[in-house]
Write a protein that binds this ligand. Structure first.
Ligand code: F6P
Length: 367
């Protein structure tokens, strides 16, 4: 069956570069292939609720540099497990609304859906694929934690944003002779903290993949102050945890397929370090600032390549695949292979070794 009309959606947490992918998909689809494009609103929610609208060249003009997504997004709409209401006890009621999605896709005559998102979105896409819906995935996330691709768009911009924040913290830390903790996003993956920490010359980098020893962190801060360095910068991932301990949870979003929201480890650690060392500590949580703003030049280029490659896959009838970057080459893997999986930092990552060599502490003696 020849492709005539495709749908495009952005799912999960937003990030810089989403609009650049939408632009590349829409313009290539219209220019190169003569397909029509429907924009699906708010990720899978737009399929569930049948909220879609045509996307034209005009709609996608001037959006390359815009942060966010012109389509809206949602990290709560999972067709296989969708909240349809609450019971008498106030508990959410979930239902499988896949049949409704298949109906809406057929009614809109969408031949393929381009799903731009992270592991949760790819899990939703994998589920649709099992019903015969044809999908193409494009890897997005500031966390950089999607399997089988060495980079996701959005990551580079988030690293730049976090690095700038760390640089600013550096000057105030130095003036006040304080231990300053800066908490970054990333869920269970430390890519963002590792890269921003390295780029800004953080003294201590705490990652989810390397549980920390509070004594090691405190000794390091004291050692620096004894050597006359009266401040210490600690880059801490929101998923960092002590050896044998747990992550700090900010909230549970019950109607989200991935309900745990991490946050608060930096504040908690600041109090502990202050108590143990008597050094003055402050914590800054960067939060959603890391997801906002205009994409970096690197992400604009990557997003354009990813969007273009997505349409090439459709044109060559290679469906149900995720666009990936492997050894700096565009390629693709089956979407089912990335669903609900996370790519975390390996302990032998060359950047960890390089940081250690220049004296950065990862908060443990066992590395
Ligand atoms: O996956 C992207 C991400 O920004 C994570 O780094 C973070 O833990 C989470 O999303 C925050 O989600 P929300 O936007 O629901 O607060």
């Amino acid at each position: 069956m020849a492709v005539k009309r495709i749908g495009v959606l952005t799912g999960g947490g937003d990030c810089p570069g989403l609009n650049a992918v939408i632009r590349a998909v829409v313009k290539t689809a219209i220019n190169d292939h003569g397909w029509e494009v429907m924009g699906i609103e708010d990720g899978f929610l737009g399929i569930i609720r049948n909220r879609m609208h045509p996307l034209t060249m005009t709609d996608t003009s001037n959006i390359l540099t815009q942060g966010g997504t012109i389509l809206g997004t949602s990290n709560k709409a999972d067709p296989a497990n969708f909240k349809v209401g609450i019971d008498e006890e106030g508990k959410p009621v979930f239902e499988d609304v896949t049949a409704r999605c298949v109906e809406h896709i057929a009614a809109r005559e969408l031949d393929v859906i381009v799903c731009i998102g992270g592991d949760g979105t790819m899990s939703g896409a994998s589920h649709l694929v099992t019903t015969g819906i044809r999908c193409i995935g494009v890897p997005k996330t500031i966390d950089n934690d999607l399997m089988h691709t060495e980079v996701t768009f959005g990551f580079n911009t988030a690293v730049e944003t976090a690095t700038e924040a760390l640089d600013r913290i550096h000057t105030t830390a130095s003036s006040h002779h304080r231990v300053m903790l800066v908490e970054m996003m990333g869920r269970n993956a430390g890519w963002l903290t590792l890269h921003a920490g390295a780029a800004s010359g953080a003294d201590v980098i705490l990652l989810p993949e390397i549980p920390y020893d509070l004594d090691v962190v405190c000794d390091y801060c004291k050692m620096r102050s004894k050597r006359g360095k009266a401040f210490t910068i600690i880059a801490v991932a929101e998923g960092a945890k002590p050896i044998g301990g747990e992550v700090v949870i900010d909230q549970i979003v019950v109607d989200s397929p991935d309900p745990i929201r991490l946050g608060g480890v930096s504040t908690h650690l600041a109090r502990q370090i202050e108590q143990k060392t008597r050094l003055e500590c402050r914590a800054t949580v960067l939060g959603h600032v890391q997801r906002g703003g205009t994409p970096s030049a690197f992400d604009r280029v990557l997003a354009t390549q990813f969007g273009f490659h997505a349409t090439e896959l459709i044109a060559s009838e290679q469906f149900d695949r995720l666009v990936v970057m492997q050894e700096s080459q565009l390629s693709s893997v089956p979407i089912t292979e990335v669903a609900d999986q996370q790519r975390t930092v390996e302990l032998n990552d060359p950047l960890i070794r390089a940081c250690q060599a220049i004296g950065v502490s990862f908060g443990t003696k066992d590395l």
